[in-house]
Write a protein that binds this ligand. Sequence first.
Ligand code: C5P
Length: 216
Amino acid sequence: MIRIAIDGPAGSGKSTMAKIIANKLKINYLDSGALYRIIGYYCVKNNIDLEDKKSIKDILPQIKIDLKDHKYFLNDEEISEQIRNAESGNYASMVAKVPEVREKINQILRTMSQEMSTVIDGRDIGTVVIPDAEIKIFLTASVEERAKRRYDELSEKGKKVDYKSILEQIIFRDKADSSRSIAPLKPAEEAIKINTTNMDIEEVTKKIIEIIKEKN
Ligand code: C5P
């Protein structure tokens, strides 16, 4: 049984790496950000003011999240694609400040990662969700490089995107995620930090696999 926590800011390559590593090791992959995105999405759909922590807390019992074959379901409706845009990232960042939202998501993540070996990516996996994870990695990259990656990723999917607004959204989320009082974005003390600004996907994969081999 192995639990691998991959944390880092938006666009640092966490989810790309987490998927590759999970595939290589044939273990499960959990995208914790998707769960925050689902709650943000549901709140907006139901006209909840994202600054209103009490209303967000009160609506939580209405939200049922399921994950099957890497697809995300909100109250039995599949919404994997709908939560992938930049706005959903911002909504997620806002609901992520509510302690009860974090508790609900942490419980889901802990339950799922107890059952089988898992790679989880997020902001607080190594610090809060699974502090006893066997491997903790913290990925970083310059903000310009992260915005460029997001831009390329969305353009490749055929989406109309503007580099400057992506850069601004990433700066906004970095600030919100690092400065919040509850579970802020920061590396766990024992996390191995990798700056991926000048690395390609293969180099980062190689590095992470080396770290896992060394530790096991
Ligand atoms: O990783 P992703 O960009 O999908 O995450 C969306 C937002 O959800 C982040 O900007 C952050 O505010 C929040 N989040 C979090 N803790 C996590 C994962 C995501 O607060 N473990």
